[in-house]
Design a protein around this ligand. Structure first.
Ligand code: UTP
Length: 293
């Protein structure tokens, strides 16, 4: 059985829900508290044992590449001033040379297309996919749990969470059997179902462990644009579910959809409250706001 060593970070989307912030800046560079979304996702993947990090980028995304590189001027200055803590924040978390690769998705044709763009890097290994704009706060590192479950099941796994009824039509939704040993066997899935057509309220949350067999299914989807006129990863997974065992793992924690304004604000508050150095100040600030409005 192969270890999950590779992770794909699709960051080629246009982020239209977050305009004007995303006009010239990638959505994945938006900071939650003081760190860009993409760095959280990268650190989450590394903590789950991932060794190779593959970013699917597009035009206007060069700032993303730069964030994962040295910043010599800044580092020199901070080192001369002996600002060790700040130096660590710019440098100490960087991947090793050769661990990170960037693939250009020339056209933003959808998440399925973005993952397909990584096919030559994926080869015949299982791999993780992380959507950086979906942030997760959970007692146990969720992707790590998924990677461990893959080790036992040797089958694809998607992360899911319950979603409010009125939001069901914004996400990929699964139809699954009852949970057993922390996993649900998936019977089917559908991207952004019309109201009343959803098989459940369990939405896919931007964390996937996929077997390389997904690639031929994505090949077949290249000419099938579905929800939103995009090539959807969910459509390819829905076809694969018919032939191969596929599981869902329910998140024991909270996810924040940072691609939406409300989700992004929530994430900023939740992540600030989760930090020992900010918790008290933020709590006080919220109390003041609540009393005022
Ligand atoms: P979203 O559905 O959030 O789309 O993509 P988006 O284009 O980024 O944002 P909106 O809906 O216009 O506001 C989910 C993830 O898939 C990536 C995005 O960067 C995001 O991380 N993606 C999407 C790609 O890499 N390529 C695409 O063609 C589309």
């Amino acid at each position: 059985m192969q270890k999950v060593r590779k992770a794909i970070f699709p960051v080629g989307g246009l982020g239209t829900r977050f305009l004007p912030a995303t006009k010239a800046m990638p959505k994945e560079m938006l900071p939650v508290v003081d760190k860009p979304l993409i760095q959280y996702a990268f650190e989450e993947a590394r903590a789950a044992g991932i060794e190779q990090f593959i970013f699917i980028t597009g035009r206007n995304k060069n700032v993303l590449n730069n964030h994962f590189d040295h910043s010599y001027e800044l580092q020199k200055l901070l080192s001369e001033k002996e600002k060790k803590d700040l130096l660590a924040l710019t440098r100490d978390w960087l991947p090793e040379a050769g661990q990170i690769a960037f693939i250009r998705q020339q056209e933003a044709l959808g998440l399925g297309h973005a993952v397909w763009c990584a096919r030559h890097f994926i080869g015949d290994e299982p791999f993780a996919v992380l959507l950086a704009d979906e942030m997760i706060l959970s007692p146990k590192p969720f992707l790590k749990e998924m990677v461990e479950a893959y080790g036992k099941k040797k089958a694809s796994i998607v992360g899911v969470a319950e979603v409010a009824k009125e939001k069901i039509n914004q996400y990929g939704i699964i139809d699954a059997e009852k949970e057993q040993d922390g996993l649900m066997k998936i019977k089917g899935m559908v991207e952004k179902p019309a109201p009343g057509q959803a098989p459940s309220n369990l939405s896919i949350i931007g964390r996937y462990i996929l077997e390389p067999e997904i690639i031929p299914y994505l090949d077949k989807m290249l000419h099938v644009k579905s929800s939103g006129g995009e090539i959807q990863l969910t459509d390819a997974m829905a076809e694969m579910v018919k032939k191969k065992p596929f599981y869902a793992m329910k998140l024991k924690g909270k996810r924040y959809d940072c691609g939406s304004r409300k989700g992004f604000l929530e994430a900023n508050i939740a992540f600030a409250l989760a930090r020992a150095d900010m918790k008290n100040d933020v709590r006080e600030m919220i109390m003041e706001f609540a009393a005022e409005f």
